[in-house]
Design a protein around this ligand. Structure first.
Ligand SMILES: Cc1ncc(COP(=O)(O)O)c(C=O)c1O
Length: 392
């Protein structure tokens, strides 16, 4: 019967790969349920609760009777507050009418891609890159075009490759900067060049800015600085540490706003109301958020110092986000097996590069460093011991 029923599964759904990091997380949780302490370096989940002001705003919202449906685009005070954020951070005048509140950036991808592209259209992605982009495109019957962005390309897609793909009918690109998994960033000039290139050929530029404000040198530039026709996607999950609250936003070109609204009305109704009220306070929690970011910076410095001593030497730039992408080909040519070994033998959870790069990812492991400092130190002690055992 199972085989009969499998025939009923849509081909586009069957093409969707597992999100490997979520599988690793499941295995890590199973170990923990069996009483093992796991050092978590797999998932991009900021350790600890969201800022106190966010929790207080959520508590206050619970005491109102204002937690029903909201309009599909989200509550006006939050859209206005996000508009103010663009004025304060980037000196940009963005109308709240162009801001759309979503269920995390994940909810934004489905809405934006459904609004912009028809089945079969081609959308460019950096490779390596965030795996869900590829998988969501498949689920929507869209074709990912993998733009090489490895060590040989300086970890960002090259204009020549983007131009070639546009000539071969690529209808748009979806790029993040800072990048998950590499931490690499497009400079403002590189970002501007790509936005102009894509738009000059009639394509749409979608900019995933979820790791903005998590940079350790230059601040990241928003694609909105270069065009009003880009789609910008952002989230309260990372800098604002609100992963489970499922809340994010998009800035849309004026001509796309109504289409997205209509889709959202039908597919989602609205992003979680309590999270919208809580997120309103996130922009006023700067002190706590910056303190948290300094923890990531300390973890990053610690790992950049310690991992080479342990035997992980070759990394991508790590200018932003909270990831190190390490070349592990001297240890294994199968990072999925290596990650499993590290989890079961050293109780350190990491993510195999295959999640992010179906071509060369078996030679890379991603270490996430947004956990607590103690977790990161514990992970390093265990990795060092594991490596010594391996060498003896
Ligand atoms: C580049 C990138 N975009 C989007 C997401 C999804 O985040 P959200 O929690 O906002 O759905 C992630 C999560 O790790 C990510 O790394």
């Amino acid at each position: 019967m199972a085989a009969d029923n499998e025939r009923k599964i849509a081909q586009r759904a069957a093409r969707v790969d597992a999100f490997i990091v979520m599988d690793v997380l499941r295995e890590a949780k199973a170990l923990e349920a069996a009483g093992v302490k796991v050092a978590h370096m797999e998932v991009g989940q900021p350790g600890g609760p969201p800022p106190r002001k966010v929790l207080q705003a959520a508590e206050a919202a619970l005491r109102t009777d204002d937690l029903g449906y909201t309009e599909a685009a989200g509550i006006i005070p939050l859209r206005e507050r996000i508009a103010r954020h663009y004025a304060e951070q980037h000196g940009l005048d963005i109308s709240p009418e162009r801001i759309f509140i979503t269920t995390g950036s994940s909810g934004a991808f489905t809405l934006a891609l459904s609004a912009l592209f028809d089945a079969g259209q081609r959308v460019g992605l950096a490779n390596p890159g965030y795996p869900a982009y590829r998988n969501i495109l498949h689920a929507l019957d869209l074709e990912p075009v993998l733009l090489a962005a490895g060590a040989a390309q300086g970890w960002v897609p090259q204009p020549h490759d983007v131009a070639t793909a546009l000539e071969a009918d690529m209808a748009g690109v979806l790029l993040a900067s800072p990048v998950n998994p590499t931490g690499a960033m497009l400079s403002a000039a590189q970002l501007e060049g790509l936005v102009r290139l894509v738009e000059a050929r009639g394509g749409v530029f979608i900019s995933d800015e979820i790791y903005h404000r998590l940079t350790y040198g230059e601040e990241a530039q928003t694609a909105l600085a270069f065009s009003d026709d880009v789609v910008v996607i952002n989230s309260f999950s990372k800098y604002y540490a609100m992963t489970g609250w499922r809340i994010g936003w998009m800035v849309l070109p004026g001509w796309l706003a109504r289409t997205v609204e209509v889709l959202a009305q039908n597919m989602l109704i609205n992003a979680p109301t309590i999270s919208q009220h809580a997120a309103l306070a996130a922009f006023d929690a700067e002190d706590e958020l910056e303190e948290r970011k300094s923890r990531y910076a300390a973890n990053r410095a610690f790992l950049l110092r310690e991992l080479p001593n342990i035997g992980f030497r070759d990394f991508s730039p790590a200018d932003g986000a909270f990831y190190l992408y390490a070349d592990v080909r001297h240890l294994s040519n199968d990072s999925v097996a290596l990650a499993r070994q590290l989890l079961t033998e050293a109780h350190v959870a990491t993510t195999p590069g295959l999640d992010f790069d179906p071509r060369g990812g078996r030679q890379y492991l991603r270490f996430s460093y947004c956990a607590t400092g103690e977790d990161i130190e514990l992970a390093c002690e265990r990795l060092a011991r594991w490596m010594q055992r391996r060498e003896n």
